[in-house]
Design a protein around this ligand. Structure first.
Ligand code: AMP
Ligand code: MN
Ligand code: MN
Ligand code: MN
Length: 281
C-alpha cells in the first residue's frame, strides 16, 4: 500500500452516467461522508450526471466542480483528458461529448466484430443492454463476457480481448489533441492530462505528449491519480514545474468494490512544490 490518505479534494471520479458503479447521488453522498470538500464528477464523454450531482452537492454543502473525462488521441495513441470548471451550458463541451458518444457506439460495433473474429458470439446487443443509460465502454463488454462465462473476470477480459494492444487498428477513433484542445481552451476551462502513468509511453514520449498538450492550450497534469507510487508522484510534480502546468489530483473512483481507489483517496502530493489547480476554487 502506498501512502494514500484521505484528502479534501478529489477532481476525478465516475458515476453510472459512464462506467462508475454509484449514481451521482450516491457518489456525492459518499464523498461527503468521507470528508471530501471539493469534488469533480468526470464521467467518460458525458456530462449527463452533473445536474443530479449538483443538486445533492448543494443540499449537503459540498463544492462540486463540473467535469468530464474526454477520450482523445495523440499520434494514434488514445489518451484521457479531464476538462474541469466549464459551465453546464457550455456548447463546446456538449458538442465534443456528443461526437465521442457517437464514436463510442460505432467503436462498440467494431469491438463486437473483432471479438466475433476471435471466436466469441456477437456481444453488441448485450453490451448495449448492460450499458443502459450509461455511455457504452469496454467495461460493459467485459461485464457481459464474465457473465456469459467467456472469461473468468474483468481483468482477463481486458488482458485477452479488450486492452489497447488487443484492439489494434480500431484505436485511433478519438479527436486529435490539436483539434479538441484549442477549441475547449478558448472557453477558459481547465484541461488536464489524466493519469500520465497509465499510457504505454516511454518518458521521452510522455514528455513529447506534455509539450504538445501545453502548446495546444492544455493547462494541467494529474500528478496523483489513485494509488500511484510516491516516487512517480514526485516525478510528475517535477514535470508539472518543468512544463509550467498546474497540478490536479483525483482518485479516479469507479465504485466501492473492485480494483479502484476509494473516493477521496490518492497518493499524498507535496502541495507546496506545485501550482495546485484547485486553489482558484
Ligand atoms: P473505454 O472507456 O471504453 O475506452 O474503456 C476504458 C475503461 O475501462 C477505463 O476507464 C476503466 O474504467 C476500464 N478498465 C480499464 N482496464 C480495466 C481492467 N483491467 N479491468 C476493469 N476495468 C478496466
Ligand atoms: Mn472508466
Ligand atoms: Mn481514464
Ligand atoms: Mn477516469
Amino acid at each position: 500500500m502506498s501512502d494514500q490518505a484521505y484528502q479534501r479534494v478529489d477532481l476525478h471520479t465516475h458515476s453510472t452516467a459512464s462506467d462508475g458503479k454509484l449514481t451521482p447521488t450516491e457518489l456525492v453522498n459518499l464523498a461527503h461522508q468521507e470528508n471530501v470538500e471539493m469534488l469533480a464528477l468526470t464521467d467518460h464523454d458525458t456530462i449527463a450526471g452533473l445536474v443530479e450531482a449538483r443538486q445533492v452537492a448543494d443540499s449537503v454543502g459540498m463544492k462540486l466542480i463540473n467535469g468530464c473525462e474526454l477520450s482523445v488521441s495523440w499520434k494514434k495513441i488514445p489518451l484521457h483528458m479531464v476538462a474541469l470548471g466549464f459551465n453546464e451550458q457550455c456548447e463546446r463541451i456538449a458538442a465534443w461529448t456528443l461526437r465521442n458518444q457517437k464514436v463510442r457506439l460505432e467503436r462498440g460495433r467494431q469491438i463486437a466484430d473483432l471479438l466475433r473474429k476471435k471466436g466469441l458470439p456477437d456481444l453488441f446487443d448485450k453490451a448495449i443492454e448492460e450499458a443502459g443509460e450509461s455511455q457504452l465502454g469496454r467495461p460493459h463488454f467485459a461485464k457481459v463476457m464474465v457473465r456469459e462465462g467467456l472469461v473468468k473476470d474483468m481483468n482477463k477480459a481486458f488482458d485477452h480481448y479488450l486492452g489497447n494492444k488487443k484492439l489494434g487498428q480500431i484505436r485511433d477513433v478519438w479527436p486529435q489533441l490539436e483539434d479538441i484542445i484549442p477549441d475547449l481552451a478558448e472557453t477558459g476551462c481547465e484541461l488536464v492530462l489524466a493519469h500520465p502513468k497509465r499510457y504505454p509511453l516511454t518518458v521521452t514520449k510522455l514528455k513529447a505528449v506534455m509539450k504538445d498538450f501545453k502548446a495546444f492550450g492544455g493547462t494541467s497534469i494529474e500528478i496523483a491519480s489513485g494509488n500511484e507510487r510516491p516516487d512517480y508522484v514526485r516525478f510528475l510534480e517535477r514535470l508539472s514545474r518543468e512544463f509550467e502546468f498546474k497540478a490536479s489530483v483525483g482518485s479516479d473512483f469507479h465504485g466501492p468494490f473492485g480494483p479502484w481507489t476509494q473516493v477521496g483517496r490518492y497518493t499524498q502530493v507535496h502541495e507546496q512544490e506545485v501550482n495546485p489547480l484547485w486553489y482558484q476554487w
